[in-house]
Design a binder for this molecule. Structure first.
Ligand code: VOV
Length: 249
């Protein structure tokens, strides 16, 4: 049997994509809308509190295009907490005016492909902890897509031996490194949790860097031969006054 990579697993992640039912939203009174927005803002403040206490993290972005209107991404130490947050959101008045568009369930993951030999407990390493329990940045743009590694005929990632996969991942990492400081990536594993094997979430202040990075990776063997991709979502940060303005009609 082939050797599975050993993963380090961090916070659980829910990407929740919603479309606004603007027609229904316009039918209620201005006061009712204001109350619903205030209630939602209080919910977002509570999420922000968790970010500050480092007991979780979240990101709130619009989505450009017809796939959804906004994305709420939440990270928590347990799947149970994610479920509770999702239920809490669904019970808010604003949720009555949203239509579920897409969701993705995963857990932040680091593999051992490029890890050196060490006797220390990686879960105690501050760098590793920063990656597994990330404080999501407030970058201007987000990009999310799910992906698989192919299992077809001769192109089967899961039939490659460990050394070959290490070699390929090294090349992948080298391309990624060229985007240091420009794009922050969060890779979350979703085998057994959702329809694809990983969720890829990218953050940047320059939206064009998503296109450049994803395009450059397409030529790298890991993506060129083995990458299978789901839908792409791209959006802009909702922060400060923009959060409330978004719901103005
Ligand atoms: C911003 C750039 C960037 C950088 C620096 C980077 C580096 C690295 C390293 C060093 C490693 C391996 C160790 C680990 O950390 O797990 C990975 C791992 C992974 N990556 Fe990556 N990746 C990036 C970016 C990046 C992108 C844009 C994509 C999407 C691919 C594309 O074609 O659209 C991606 C995918 C992945 C996946 C699915 C995995 C897990 C694969 C597995 O089989 O386990 N990744 N990645």
């Amino acid at each position: 049997m082939n050797e599975a990579a050993i993963t380090l697993d961090g916070w659980y992640v829910l990407h929740d994509f919603r479309t606004m039912d603007w027609a229904s939203w316009k039918l209620i009174s201005k006061e009712e809308r204001q109350e619903a927005v205030e209630e939602f803002m209080a919910f977002l403040d509570k999420l922000q509190q968790a970010d500050e206490n480092k007991t979780g993290s979240h990101a709130f972005y619009t989505v450009v295009g017809q796939k959804a209107d906004f994305m709420l991404m939440t990270l928590r130490p347990t799947m149970d907490e994610l479920q509770q947050l999702e239920a809490e959101f669904n019970k808010l008045t604003i949720a009555d005016y949203t239509i579920p568009a897409y969701s993705y369930v995963s857990v932040v993951e680091l593999s051992n492909y490029l890890a050196g030999e060490s006797n220390e407990d990686p879960y105690q390493n501050p760098y590793v902890r920063g990656r597994l329990y990330p404080e999501l940045p407030r970058s201007q743009y987000v990009c999310f897509y799910p992906m698989d590694k192919k299992r077809e005929g001769d192109d089967n990632w899961y039939m490659l031996d460990m050394d070959r996969r290490k070699e390929l991942m090294r090349s992948h990492g080298m391309i990624g490194r060229g985007y240091a400081g420009k794009v922050k990536q969060i890779i979350s594993g979703s085998v057994g949790f959702d329809d694809y094997e990983w969720g890829v979430t990218l953050f940047s202040d320059d939206v064009l860097q998503f296109k450049k990075l994803v395009y450059e990776m397409r030529f790298d063997e890991v993506s060129a031969r083995y990458g299978v991709f789901g839908s792409f979502f791209v959006g802009t940060l909702l922060e400060g006054d923009k959060k409330v303005e978004f719901f103005n009609v």
